[in-house]
Design a protein around this ligand. Sequence first.
Ligand SMILES: NC(=O)c1ccc[n+]([C@@H]2O[C@H](COP(=O)([O-])OP(=O)(O)OC[C@H]3O[C@@H](n4cnc5c(N)ncnc54)[C@H](OP(=O)(O)O)[C@@H]3O)[C@@H](O)[C@H]2O)c1
Length: 260
Amino acid sequence: MPMTQRILILGGTGDAAKVIDRVATLPKVELIASLAGRTPKPNIPTVGRVRRGGFGGVAGLAQFLQTEKIDLVIDATHPFAAQISHNAAVAATQQGIPRLLLNRLGWQRRSDDCWIDVADQAAAAAVLPGLADRIFLTIGRQELKAFAHLDQLWFLMRMITPPDPPIPPGKVLLQQGPFSVEDEKALMQKYRVGAIVSKNSGGNATYAKIIAARELGLPVVMIPRPALPVGEVVHDVDAVVAWVERQLESRQAPRRDASV
Ligand SMILES: NC(=O)c1ccc[n+]([C@@H]2O[C@H](COP(=O)([O-])OP(=O)(O)OC[C@H]3O[C@@H](n4cnc5c(N)ncnc54)[C@H](OP(=O)(O)O)[C@@H]3O)[C@@H](O)[C@H]2O)c1
């Protein structure tokens, strides 16, 4: 009799919601989705169980995997959520549980883009003086402090929930995407921004600002992805579903009797 497989999906992204919808249609699976719990209106799965909030580091996650008898882990968190991805890699390895990372591809620079590639947030802050006086800082709320010392500049800062101090000088906009290219262009023009700072998140949900900057001829200071943990990585939802199907097949195939 095939056994039901319990799958933990670390989510918080649109792709995670799609994975949940697709994997839920497979036979003999039970899903638990985990959200960081920071977004007031997250993509809440309509199937399976949902838990919210941190596990308490690697040890807490390893304990959760054991207590909940998790068979497979799918890490479908944001490409910049490096800590939880690292924790998932270590905890799943410790527990001997197969884990897959869904890491959507980053945006590729086009010949008509004006990107300034930097190593990290601190390097992004370092290139801003002299580049423009008014900056659209679209990196979310967690890394604003890297820009807080730039008191000669003015920042338009967009995020979903209010930031904690220190906050760079300027205006905070509390908004949740997706945004259209036309809206992004209008926003950049209204606030007369001369440059943008963005993380290379990839995907469509926030790409409109990159197109808008291109069309307005504005430079984009682009912050690269954090390093990936060791392990199997795929880039789209179809590949996740195929991986789960392979895992289910291999677990549900009848075992050979070693004496035969
Ligand atoms: N996570 C998202 O959904 C998300 C969405 C958009 C952008 N980002 C960007 O990613 C960067 C880091 O964000 P972050 O703080 O969310 O990630 P993170 O730095 O990787 O995670 C920090 C801690 O949050 C908890 N956590 C994160 N995702 C979780 C999940 N799905 N389920 C349970 N706990 C989770 C874990 O706490 P414990 O150690 O206690 O387990 C983790 O150690 C920021 O640049 C942010 O803007 C993240």
